[in-house]
Design a protein around this ligand. Structure first.
Ligand code: NAD
Length: 286
């Protein structure tokens, strides 16, 4: 039978989440999306108006079907955590059941179970600031949106994940090597995400027979990356210095996610898998 995937962090067609959805759909999976509440309206409207139709084409010529889009804000675990100003915010008041716990409950009600959980989201309000100039608030916000959001998603979805299931997140080399410009505690958040991948792999493997891996992706001109401001420089740097001198496509990351989600990867868990044209193995630029 076909597998069902929930992909958190898709609000357009130019990020890694979308590419992962395409690769999973091409492999026969049913696609459910979790879209950040403030981005939901424009995403659904664009989807309905056919704005993404060109990017929805699968290798067999058909269009990817998205079975359901859920509103999600992964920095809130349950309704008690939501502050008044967010509750009152127009963009949030228009949707309901968007805390992590509620989304998992809705998916359970709608579909019973899932096989694949993808976390493709990050946010660091002070990402453009060096770590030395980052506030406590900005640092904790980066960790909350980019690292704990994953712990929370897995915690709430694992009870409805079928045994043999697979969970994947997206990380960046800045977790382990200095990447000037990736600030605001985002490097710290990715380091936490990679460490948590190992601990969660142990806990989820023993308890639920679910695998947990993270893809360390090379630079992609996504919406989030453009906000950091140095993405063109990182793409040029990779073209210049990586073993494979080509631009990385989101599809290459999508295909790796499909592999990791499949039985072909049945012994791979707790790993950081590099999909970066090999840049991570270089010691110096050349
Ligand atoms: P993207 O903009 O497509 O994805 C980020 C998504 O996160 C957006 O859809 C945004 O709406 C969502 N989001 C932000 N805060 C949220 C919240 N609180 N709740 C729910 N959703 C929220 O950009 P992307 O670059 O494809 O990012 C996807 C993942 O890939 C991130 O984890 C990112 O760190 C990682 N990554 C990106 C690159 C790159 O160069 N673009 C490289 C390595 C890793």
């Amino acid at each position: 039978k076909g597998k069902r995937a929930f992909i958190a962090g898709v609000a357009g067609d130019n990020g890694y989440g979308w590419a992962i959805a395409i690769s999973l759909a091409a492999a026969g999976a049913e696609i459910l999306l979790g879209t950040w509440v403030p981005a939901l309206n424009i995403f659904e409207t664009s989807l309905r108006r056919g704005k993404f139709d060109e990017s929805r084409v699968l290798p067999d010529g058909s269009l990817m079907e998205i079975t359901k889009v859920y509103a999600l804000d992964a920095v809130f675990d349950s309704p008690e955590d939501v502050p008044e100003d967010i509750k009152a915010n127009k963009r949030y008041a228009g949707s309901s059941n968007w805390t992590v716990k509620e989304v998992a409950e809705c998916v359970k009600q709608d579909f019973g179970s899932i096989d694949i959980l993808v976390h493709s989201l990050a946010n660091g309000p002070e990402v453009t600031k060096p770590l030395l100039e980052t506030s406590r608030k900005g640092y904790l916000a980066a960790i909350s949106a980019s690292s704990y959001s994953y712990v929370s998603l897995l915690k709430h979805f694992i009870p409805i994940m079928n045994p043999g299931g697979s969970s994947i997140s997206l990380t960046y080399i800045a977790a382990e090597k200095i990447i000037p410009g990736y600030g605001g505690g985002m490097s710290s958040a990715k380091a936490a995400l990679e460490s948590d991948t190992r601990v969660l792999a142990f806990e989820a493997g023993r308890k639920h027979n679910v695998r947990v891996n993270t893809i360390s992706a090379g630079p992609l001109r996504s919406r989030a990356a453009k906000a950091i401001g140095f993405i063109d420089m990182m793409i040029d740097y990779s073209l210049q210095n990586a073993p494979l001198q080509k631009e990385l496509s989101a599809e290459e990351v999508g295909n790796t996610a499909a592999f990791l989600a499949s039985p072909l990867a049945s012994a791979i868990t707790g790993s950081v898998i590099y999909v970066d044209n090999g840049l991570n193995v270089m010691g110096v630029g050349v």
